[in-house]
Each structure stands twice: as structure tokens, then as C-alpha cells.
Design a protein around this ligand. Structure first.
Ligand SMILES: *Cc1c(COP(=O)(O)O)cnc(C)c1O
Length: 870
């Protein structure tokens, strides 16, 4: 029988146990082992049964048990310690609080930063993520909390989260969408002073969309999640936050409007109710939240009385945009007609004309689609600062978007990069932390430099640790495999073989990720006989643990999973290769530490960064990967292996064949050979050297603390300074100046370049004197910078790694041309070249390419004169 109404009865804790409530509701437990141990001690069986979820634990433990605990003096003493520890964590000064006055841009760091993301992966107990993007967002918040960075997260609460995966008998992915009741999650409803739930409203063509605001507390960081499943909404609007990445384009647009526009409104409500300082910086994690910029423009046109252009400058100044997508096809796009319907007509806000909104997302480059509204392009136009997520991805992004900066070299496209990181206290297994604390006497959580102490561990204990982690994974994999086979319809009597699956002493390779085609889940199946012989090798066998979800609409991805499952079902190999369904954070936390080798074989350069390999590395697992994303940056020849890429080959099949063959060779000849090369006392000495080297060198680099500090330093603090400077009349003046420069730019020209000071045969040590004549039309010398770019030239006369130096403005001649001059020392032999160029300059620009305007000498494409130095 179906209930007509549903509600959740919350546990009332006896007074002495009340601190347990706060410990359960603050998600810091998810990266604080002592707090988890306290919960586990309440009732270890229930703790395991509820999936290590404190809120569910407290809702499940019977009242008499709680009553007994309330009288248990030893438990109460431990509870007091845990509660005090949390209190100290929440209130004491941390890294960020020591910053003031330490550097130009950090002298007055932002009072608060808003971080917008469509998904957050914090713990398996709050399943609001699909993969890397969400887990990165969760790790960002956790590290911000540890560092005391005053971030407020903003996202959506999806009633069904992302799907849960299981398999059919023949290995086809099955999807389930369990209903999540927010009352059973670690969330509290944001209420106003009158006790009524705070509400956010945005306009849609079909009517108003209302949402309430849930708050998750991630250590020191509040995370606001908007939820449209409320009675004020019509059924269709209630479903806006039904699930992550499901539904039509229209559905996604509504989600993104709620996230961006509703998110800013939720933030305002939160700050007003709680007195939290207003964010000075708005960071959008991927383009999905880009409409936040439109909402902030609306705010500035309303309260500050700015016109659209001035409001755009004010909003841009404090906005940071991070792109994660290395392929044009991966970018979020809507039809212009859709945007017209949602931001025009009756829905247009005064001061925010729809044609201006449309222009922000227009693909104005040569191969752009005129019918499309592009969220990444809007993201770049609405943010004064932008970045990719690894050095390689920064380069790829600059190339991908360079059409927005015509005339500029790709290297000068203003998209920087900050390499992703992972939250060490979440991802380093407790066994690793404990061993380092015990044998080396240092606490990893407190000091990143402590990774160096890995040298003090004996080879014996390191190997024992690795074996223990592998054994834990083997046990976990058997449990999960048994569960999976039950779901696939197998009876208990059929499953005796599962006890023999995987071996705690066999070289273990892990591979888990979402299943878009570029990640090539089935590359390892390219030559099945060869794979089989590696798995079954009599002396040097390999075992492989695989997991991953395909997007529900991705039939191709599901077929890949099926191919893999069918292979792994083979009776000859099933003890050496397993597919574990329902990859999530909880599984990942077992998987990374338990593997010896983490395999990643994407099609380069389509992996923007990748983070699973980082998490593996922090547990002493070695990476075996294509040189893509972070691995391209930090592979050093002895911390793992690089799978050679067949970059130039366009025939996809042939490329896969070549790269798969290289992979097999590496595994057989290098990886397995080294793993099974045992020295004194049966230890694989050279393998352990690599483990040690991985921990010592990657340990300090990959943690999210390093990443969040980089964001503060490179993006947040400068954005806050710009935001403070570009308000009110300054925003108006900047907008007017930009309009003036854009209008006048056709009149800007490099007319003539003269050089002197060197003869026909220039030599090192000569000085080249430059005289340049430029027309500036309506502009004045203060509006522009005239530069010389010089350096080595390649065969095509292009300047490589050029040095840029400004030229000095002189007088105006009788033709109205401005005269500039400067000199450069010829300090290197070989082919050398220079060119000159004119770009707008203004103290409030973040960089010279901001307007995308440049004037170069007409007869040259970035090169004026070549000289061969002797
Ligand atoms: C880290 C993580 C990911 C992302 O891994 P990639 O290497 O970026 O593919 C996906 N899912 C889970 C559960 C993770 O923990």
C-alpha cells in the first residue's frame, strides 16, 4: 500500500549525547578518523550496516542503547574530546588567517569567496556527484576548510542524485535512482528569523520556479544546496532538481538557471540571515553555473544604478571561471532561441537586455555556430580571470578558445592553469597515516613536508603495508563481487569460486573511471589472448580490478562495460579480473590504496587533469598512464611509467592497436618484471624504491591544499582586488574607456619600423635600436602599450618563447604619427627575430589580452625582420 504522506521522525538525543548531533551533521567526520571511530564504537555492526553514515547510525540505534551510552562515563569522555576538537577546528586560526599583510595581493585577502558547482562529491553518504568534477569540488571545499579559506559552496540538491549501477545477467548496465530524503541526509534547512524556510524564486516561461535552501556543513565551509521539490511549484518545476545530468536540454537549462541565478539569491539570503560576510569573489567550477554572472549584472544595474556595460565590468572583476573540458563537443550549449525565451520578453530584467545576454554566449569565431549559446564562451566573457586544470589542459584550452582572441598567439590567450589536487585526509588510507606516524613520528595531516619522512620507513614495513592494503582490497572486492552476482541472479551454490577471486600476493592493477569513449575502458581487451596470458602467467601473474559507470544515455559506453564484463566472466580468468559495479567514493577509498598500479589510458589530450591517479599515488600505488593531464606534468621517469602515445596517428583503430601493444609490453617487461624481482628477505627492493619515491615527491604536490593555496594566490586575491577597484564610478569609467578603445581601434596602426645600430653582419653584444611610428587615431599614448617582441625564430620565421619589452613613447610627427623607441641587446647567437605590436593598456585590466585587441605591422604575421647572428 502506498503512503499518502511521508515524513521523517528525527532522533532526539539524550542531553549528554547532544554533541553527537553536531559531530554527525558536520561532514568533517568524513575526513577525521577519530570522529568516525567514535561513531563506530557506538555499535560496530549497525555502523557497517548503515554504510558508515553517522546520521543514519543515530537514526537506527535503538533508544535504550542511546540511553545506556548517556550513562557511559568513558564514552562521554571520548565524546567530549571529539566535540572539543571539532570546536577548535572550527574556530581557531588557520593558514588563511595568517595571510594578511604578507604580499601585495594577499595583503587583504577576500572576506568570502562563493564557489559554484553543479555537483559535489564529499562523502558516499551525500551522493550528489557523478565523477571527477564533483569530487574535485568536494575536495576543494574540504581543503578550503582545513586552510581556513572563507568559501561558501553553492549547488543543487538532486532528489535522486546520480544513478546507482548494477549489472544484468549478461553484463548490461542497470540504473536505479533511489529517492533521497533530505531529512535523512546531513543537511539543515535554511530558515529566516521568523522560522520560516528561506525561499528563492526565479522566473521561467512556464511560471515561477521556487526553491528552498539546504545547508551542509563541510568543516568550516557552508554548502548551500537548492531544492525545487516543494509544494509551491507545479509538478514540472518540482522536478527541476530531480537528478544530476539527466533530462532534456530545456531541463538542463532550468537546472543551470537555478544554480547560477537562484544560487546568487540563495547566497544573499544566507548572508542576510546569518551575518556571513558577502563574497567578494565568485568562482564557477565549469560553465554550468555561468548564469551567476548575469544575476550579478542584474544586481549591479539595480542597486548600484550602473548601466549594462559598467555592471558587466563590475561583475567580471570578481569572477573566476575554471574550464574542465578539453573537447569542443564536451561544452554545454543551448539554442539561442531557448535563451531568448528564458531571458527575453516578460522575463527580461530591466537593465539586462536579452540581446546583451545572447552576445555573451555567441560563438563569434570562424567555425562557430551562429544558432548556439555557448556556456564556456559566456564563462570566459563573464570572468576577468580563467584557468584550466593542468599545465597541458591550460595549453589545450588556450588553443581551443583562441578564436576569441584573434591576432594573438595562442600562448597569450588569457587562460592560465592550476593543476587539480586531491584532499589528502580523505584519500590517504588510515593504515598509511598510522604507519608514518608510528615509524617516522610525523602526522601527515598536519604537515605536507612530512612526506619526506617516508625515507625513515624500513623496506620491510613498507612492503607489509602494501600487502595489507592489497589484502583489504581483495576482501572488499570479493564482498562486492558476491553482491553483484546475487543481483545478477546467481544462487549461493553457484558462487563458491568467489572465495578464490584475487590473490593478496599478486600484482594488482586498478582501472576505474566514468566510461566516456575517450577514456578507453576496453583498451586492455585489444588483444584478448595476450591479456589472458598476462593474467595467467605462471610466475608473474597480474590481476585487474575495474569499475566505472556509463552515462545512462550512452549506449556505446554500456557496450564497453558489457564487453569487459563478458571477458571477466570467463571461467579461466575470473579469479584474476573483476568488474565491480557502482563505482563511488566509498569504493574508491578501498580501491586506490589496494592497487599496486593505477592504469589510465585516455586518448591524449582529452583528460583535462585526472585525479584518481593522484589519490592512488598518495597511498604508494604507482601510476601507469598515458602522458595526459597531471601525469604529463609530474611523471619524472621513476615515479611510475608512461604509456607511449601514437599522437600523430589519425586512424583510431590503428592508434588503439599501437597504444595497447605498448601497454602490454610495459606491463610484461617493466611492471611485472620489477614487481616480482625479489631481493633479500623476499622484498622487491627496486619496486619499493619507486613507491618511496612516489610518496616523497608527489606527496607534497598533489594534495588539494596546494591547489587551494594556488587559487587564493593566483586567482582569488587578485580578483578581490579587482572587484574592490572596479565598482561604481570606476566601473563606469572602465566600461566607457573600453567602448572608446573598441570604437577607435580600427584607427590604430603600426605605420613604419626602422632599425639601426647593427651592420650587415650582426654579432652578439650588438645593440639594435628601434624606431617605430604608430597611428593611434582617437586614442592617446596612455591608452596603449607599444611593445617589441623578440627572440629565437623557427623555420617558419615565427618567434618562439619571445621576450616582450615596452617601447618608450616620444613626440608626434607632422603626419600625426606617434614615435616610439627602444633598444634590444643581441645576447644570443643563431636565428633571431623581432616584431612590434600595439595593445590597449589600463591599470584595471587583468592582462594585455583582455580586450582581444592588437595591432601588428601589416606586412608581417608576427614577424618583422629576421637576423642571423654570428
Ligand atoms: C577521483 C574519482 C573520480 C575521478 O577520477 P579521474 O581520474 O578524474 O577519472 C571519479 N569517481 C570517483 C568515485 C573518484 O573518487
Amino acid at each position: 500500500m502506498r503512503a499518502i504522506r511521508r515524513f521523517t521522525v528525527r532522533t532526539v538525543l539524550p542531553a549528554p549525547l547532544e554533541p553527537l548531533g553536531e559531530l554527525a551533521m558536520n561532514l568533517r567526520w568524513s575526513w577525521h578518523a577519530e570522529t568516525r571511530a567514535l561513531f563506530e564504537s557506538i555499535d560496530p555492526d549497525t555502523w557497517a550496516a548503515v554504510g558508515r553514515d553517522p546520521v543514519r547510525l543515530l537514526g537506527t540505534v535503538p533508544n535504550d542503547k542511546l540511553g545506556a551510552l548517556a550513562d557511559d562515563r568513558r564514552f562521554l569522555a571520548r565524546l567530549r574530546v571529539a566535540a572539543e576538537d571539532l570546536h577548535e577546528y572550527l574556530t581557531g586560526p588557520r593558514w588563511y588567517q595568517t595571510l594578511s599583510g604578507t604580499g601585495a595581493s594577499l595583503a587583504a585577502p577576500p572576506a568570502a569567496i562563493a564557489y559554484f558547482s553543479p555537483e559535489y562529491g564529499i562523502t558516499a553518504a551525500l551522493p550528489q556527484y557523478s565523477g571527477g568534477l564533483g569530487i574535485l569540488a568536494g575536495d576543494h571545499l574540504k581543503s578550503a576548510s582545513d586552510l581556513g579559506v572563507p568559501i561558501v559552496g553553492v549547488g543543487l540538491l538532486y532528489r535522486h542524485g546520480y544513478f546507482r549501477q548494477s549489472l544484468s545477467r549478461d553484463g548490461w548496465q542497470q540504473e536505479r535512482y533511489p529517492l533521497l530524503d533530505p531529512n535523512e541526509l546531513p543537511l539543515t534547512l535554511l530558515r529566516g528569523a521568523d522560522g520560516a524556510p528561506a525561499r528563492v524564486v526565479i522566473g521561467l516561461p512556464t511560471g515561477e520556479l521556487h526553491a528552498r535552501i539546504w545547508k551542509a556543513q563541510v568543516g568550516r565551509v557552508p554548502l548551500l544546496l537548492l531544492d525545487s521539490d516543494i509544494e509551491e511549484n507545479e509538478p514540472a518545476e518540482r522536478e527541476v532538481t530531480d537528478r544530476l545530468y539527466g533530462g532534456t536540454s530545456e531541463h538542463r537549462l532550468h537546472q543551470e538557471m537555478l544554480l547560477g541565478i537562484g544560487g546568487v539569491r540563495a547566497l544573499r539570503a544566507f548572508c542576510e540571515i546569518t551575518g556571513h560576510p558577502a563574497p567578494e569573489v565568485f568562482h564557477t567550477n565549469e560553465g554550468h553555473a555561468g548564469f551567476l554572472g548575469i544575476e550579478r549584472i542584474r544586481e549591479f544595474t539595480g542597486t548600484d544604478g550602473l548601466d549594462f556595460d559598467a555592471a558587466l565590468e563590475a561583475a567580471r572583476a570578481g569572477t573566476v571561471f575554471t574550464t574542465h573540458t578539453p573537447v569542443p563537443a564536451g561544452i554545454d550549449r543551448f539554442g539561442r532561441d531557448q535563451i531568448q525565451r528564458h531571458f527575453g520578453g516578460d522575463l527580461a530584467c530591466p537593465g539586462v537586455p536579452v540581446d546583451r545576454v545572447l552576445a555573451l554566449g555567441a560563438e563569434t569565431y570562424p567555425d562557430g555556430d551562429p544558432g548556439v549559446f555557448n556556456m564556456a564562451v559566456m564563462g570566459l566573457r563573464l570572468a576577468q580571470r580563467a584557468n584550466g586544470v593542468s599545465k597541458l589542459h591550460g595549453r589545450v584550452s588556450r588553443g581551443m578558445f583562441d578564436g576569441l582572441w584573434p591576432g594573438f598567439d595562442t600562448t597569450e590567450v588569457p587562460i592560465t592553469s592550476i593543476t587539480n589536487g586531491v584532499h589528502a585526509p580523505t584519500w590517504v588510507d588510515g593504515d598509511v597515516t598510522d604507519l608514518i606516524a608510528r615509524e617516522a613520528g610525523v602526522e601527515l595531516a598536519e604537515d605536507p613536508a612530512a612526506w619526506a619522512a617516508i625515507d625513515r620507513l624500513s623496506a620491510g614495513s613498507l612492503w607489509e603495508l602494501r600487502r595489507a592494503l592489497r589484502a583489504k582490497l581483495v576482501a572488499e572486492a570479493r564482498l562486492r563481487l558476491r553482491e553483484s552476482w546475487r543481483q545478477r541472479g546467481a544462487g549461493e551454490a553457484e558462487l563458491g569460486w568467489i572465495e578464490g577471486v584475487l590473490d593478496p600476493d599478486v600484482l594488482t592493477i586498478g582501472f576505474a573511471r566514468r566510461v566516456p569513449s575517450y577514456k578507453r575502458l576496453t583498451l586492455m581487451l585489444r588483444d584478448q589472448d595476450r591479456l589472458r596470458s598476462m593474467l595467467l602467467h605462471p610466475e608473474r601473474p597480474v590481476q585487474i580490478v575495474i569499475a566505472g559507470k556509463a552515462h545512462p544515455a550512452d549506449e556505446g559506453g554500456k557496450r564497453l562495460i558489457q564487453d569487459l564484463v563478458r571477458f571477466a566472466d570467463g571461467e579461466d580468468v575470473r579469479h584474476r579480473i573483476v568488474f565491480l559495479p557502482d563505482y563511488d567514493i566509498a569504493m574508491a577509498q578501498h580501491l586506490y590504496p589496494g592497487c599496486d598500479v593505477w592504469l589510465n589510458n585516455p586518448l591524449r589530450p582529452l583528460e583535462a587533469c585526472g585525479t584518481s591517479g593522484m589519490k592512488a599515488a598518495l597511498n604508494g600505488c604507482l601510476n601507469l598512464s598515458i602522458l595526459d593531464g597531471w601525469w604529463d606534468e609530474w611523471y619524472d621517469g621513476s615515479n611510475g611509467w608512461a604509456i607511449p602515445t601514437a599522437d600523430g596517428i589519425t586512424d583510431v583503430d590503428r592508434r588503439d592497436d599501437l597504444e595497447a601493444a605498448a601497454l602490454y609490453d610495459l606491463i610484461e617487461n617493466s611492471v611485472a618484471a620489477r614487481f616480482y624481482d625479489r631481493g633479500p628477505e623476499g622484498l622487491p627492493t627496486r619496486w619499493l624504491e619507486m613507491v618511496r619515491h612516489t610518496l616523497a615527491t608527489l606527496g607534497p604536490k598533489v594534495p588539494a591544499d596546494r591547489m587551494v593555496k594556488d587559487y587564493v594566490d593566483v586567482l582569488y586575491a587578485p580578483a578581490a582586488l579587482s572587484g574592490r577597484a572596479i565598482t561604481g564610478s570606476a566601473a563606469r569609467e572602465l566600461a566607457e574607456w573600453k567602448a572608446h578603445v573598441r570604437r577607435s581601434w580600427p584607427g590604430v596602426r603600426v605605420d613604419h619600423v626602422e632599425s639601426g645600430g647593427i651592420g650587415d653582419a650582426p654579432e652578439v653584444g650588438n645593440t639594435l635600436n628601434l624606431r617605430v611610428f604608430v597611428s593611434l587615431g582617437e586614442l592617446a599614448p596612455a591608452d596603449v602599450e607599444v611593445q617589441v617582441v623578440h627572440g629565437r625564430v623557427d623555420d617558419g620565421d615565427r618567434i618562439v618563447d619571445g621576450t616582450i619589452a615596452p617601447l618608450k613613447a616620444g613626440r608626434r610627427d607632422e603626419h600625426g604619427r606617434w614615435f616610439y623607441e627602444g633598444s634590444l641587446a643581441l645576447d644570443r647567437t643563431g636565428p633571431f627575430g623581432y616584431t612590434v605590436r600595439v595593445m590597449p593598456t589600463h591599470p584595471l585590466l587583468a592582462g594585455p589580452a583582455e580586450l582581444g585587441l592588437i595591432a601588428i605591422p601589416p606586412e608581417s604575421e608576427g614577424f618583422a625582420e629576421g637576423i642571423a647572428l654570428r
